[in-house]
Design a binder for this molecule. Structure first.
Ligand code: SAH
Length: 250
């Protein structure tokens, strides 16, 4: 499979553009040569020229979309300590979520001021982009701004299924999946290291299509819970198999 690089600008088939900065450096480090084909965003491009200023490429054709799941999973993740959340973002993108929305609940320990928040969002989106690149997805998973618990409640409308992983729940995930096997648009909500307060869970359960589920009889760390739930949902709901073969570039 050809390597994928992402640039901010949209690139159209037939267009020639010059790539500079970080991505140009990356292309050079990987020792790509003139005439080779690489993926830029969702276009197959031919390298036309390589110089100190940058790399000129021509977009040859549209890439067949790959790595994009057939189920749409949005991860609402309570803020976790820095390295833990970064880990969750990276792995959630690999596993196939479509959007990540960090939120603050009562038991969130991490405190961020406004300038920290901006820096974090930037960093998280960089991690997400790298993960897309690494796993061969042709889309980018947006890590949205940090929202309050109440703002999260308002964003829960419109999903076929809203799953809150609650450590004190007994209802099995299996049962809920079986009853909602046609869901296409799923929100999942995972707590912070300190878990959820009961009243928070009750508020979430007032939302349409919301169910609280147990992930088993052991208490998992938040990052384990998150990745475990995503993996199970992908297994149950994502019809996609590996389609890299369609995109081989000779
Ligand atoms: N503070 C809690 C544990 C929180 S675990 C305690 O020590 O008792 C962090 C988050 O992971 C939870 O909020 C929940 O979303 C998820 N989680 C962990 N284990 C779970 C389980 N067995 N079932 C459902 N969710 C779980």
């Amino acid at each position: 499979m050809a390597r994928r690089f992402f640039i901010e600008k949209d690139i159209k088939v037939g267009e020639e553009i010059e790539i500079t900065g970080e991505e140009a450096k990356h292309i050079m480090v990987l020792r790509h040569n003139i005439g080779e084909k690489i993926l830029i965003n969702d276009k197959i491009c031919e390298i036309k020229n390589i110089s100190k200023q940058g790399i000129e490429v021509e977009a040859i054709e549209e890439e067949k979309k790959i790595g994009i799941p057939s189920v749409n999973i949005t991860l609402f993740q309570a803020l976790l300590k820095s390295d833990k959340l970064e880990f969750v973002i990276q792995k959630a993108v690999e596993l196939g979520v479509c959007k990540i929305k960090p939120f603050i609940s009562k038991n969130v320990i991490v405190k961020l001021n406004d300038s920290d928040k901006i820096k974090k969002i930037d960093r998280w989106n960089k991690i997400s982009k790298e993960a897309s690149k690494q796993c061969g997805r042709s889309d980018i998973v947006l890590v949205e701004n940090i929202i309050s618990f109440n703002a999260m409640l308002e964003e829960l409308q419109g999903y076929d299924l809203v799953l809150i992983a609650y450590e004190n729940e007994v209802q099995s995930l299996k049962e809920v999946i079986q009853k909602n096997i046609n869901a296409k648009n799923i929100a999942i909500i995972i707590g912070a290291e300190g878990g959820f307060e009961k009243d928070e869970v009750l508020e979430i359960l007032k939302q349409e299509n919301a169910k609280s589920v147990s992930l088993g009889s052991r208490i998992l760390r938040a990052e384990t819970a998150s990745l475990n739930l995503i993996s199970i949902l992908m297994y149950e709901f994502d019809g996609g198999t590996s389609n890299f073969a369609h995109n081989m570039i000779k």
